[in-house]
Write a protein that binds this ligand. Structure first.
Ligand code: CO
Ligand code: ZN
Length: 329
């Protein structure tokens, strides 16, 4: 599975530029014999509905294809590019980072001399493409870039860019691959523009009209030095979300997820997240309301160029979902 994850995390996919990730998914879903659809916003979905039972539940699983990134807003005479963040990028974490554009151009993020009393802001930063002047710059205003880092494995731990949320995409793929039979009609949806404010998820959920919705995404942890106290840690199993700043998970969905984890003997954690939310919020508030929940992969350093997850949590999430979908809810 590491080589599969490697293909997904190295793909280029800042919000609004999900094409490369979508193509990878289309190819992998086709290999599994699944038919796919793409809606007007670019969400990719695949309906898995064996059998003809008309009374079955419609279950939506969702992971987002996009990643955080930067967008060029101005190019000066010397060829230095100013930029805006795409999604929850933090300026102080950008310094020295390498970014990669859709055409392959690599830039490094530099910072202007800065007084230590205030935090770095985006206006203090620029992208240096190594160009000698403006005419040598190969990117344009409005072009987007993602962070550029190779995947590293260290024991059970994986370190890579965009594990938020390519790891969720891989969990959905593996769940579909391992799912033998299901009494439900299950839509596997890969959404666009989550990092810009859950923009793809709402229309995708409206389109499928689910009875239950579950997002698979990452969540932060409380297991690093002086971390804000939080129960979630790497390696202790997938986290079943109870609350984040955008939603209260539906109690019946939480019960079903916990029962599936128990039944599949998957250790799990309960997530109460202070800041941040996921596509599950947009699913929950779609149409006239959808019971929704979220399975989170614990992740350190979310929204930095080096995010870290534990493979045991990834494996646990897949087993939980396969069990959940295999039985009546
Ligand atoms: Co994110
Ligand atoms: Zn995410």
């Amino acid at each position: 599975m590491i080589s599969l994850i490697n293909r997904y995390v190295t793909a280029f996919g800042p919000s609004g530029n999900e094409d490369e990730v979508r193509s990878l998914l289309q190819a992998d879903l086709k290999q599994l014999g699944a038919e796919t659809q793409i809606d007007a916003l670019g969400n990719l979905s695949c309906l898995h509905a064996p059998g003809k039972d008309k009374n079955r539940s419609r279950v939506l699983l969702m992971a987002h294809m996009d990643e955080i990134g930067v967008m060029v807003s101005h190019i000066d005479a010397q060829g230095f590019c100013r930029f805006l963040p795409l999604g929850g990028v933090r300026a102080p974490w950008c310094v020295g980072a390498r970014v990669r554009f859709g055409n392959g151009a690599i830039g490094i993020i530099g910072a202007e001399p800065h007084e230590g009393s205030t935090a770095l802001k985006f206006e203090d930063l620029y992208i240096d493409l190594g160009a000698s002047d403006q005419s040598a710059v190969t990117v344009n205003i409005g072009d987007s870039a993602c962070f550029d880092r190779p995947l590293e494995a260290s024991g059970q731990r994986l370190i890579a860019k965009s594990l938020d949320d390519r790891i969720g995409c891989v969990v959905l793929l593996e769940t579909l691959r391992r799912l033998r039979s299901t009494p439900h009609a299950v839509a596997f949806v890969f959404s666009v523009q989550e990092e810009m404010g859950l923009r793809g998820a709402g229309v995708a959920a409206f389109g499928f009209d689910p009875d239950f919705g579950i997002a698979v995404d990452v969540t932060r942890t409380g297991d690093t030095p002086k971390a804000r106290p939080m129960e979630v840690a790497l390696g202790k199993g997938p986290a079943i979300k109870l609350r984040d700043s955008g939603m209260l998970a539906d109690p019946a969905v939480v019960r079903s997820l916990r029962a599936a984890a128990d039944h599949a003997k998957v250790p799990y954690q309960l997530e109460v997240l202070e800041h941040g939310t996921t596509d599950a919020r947009a699913i929950q508030t779609a149409r006239s309301g959808v019971p929704a929940g979220c399975i989170s992969i614990p992740c350190r350093y979310v929204h930095t160029p080096s995010e870290m997850v534990d493979m045991r949590d990834v494996e646990g999430a897949i087993r939980l979902l396969v069990d959940l979908l295999g039985r009546k809810l």
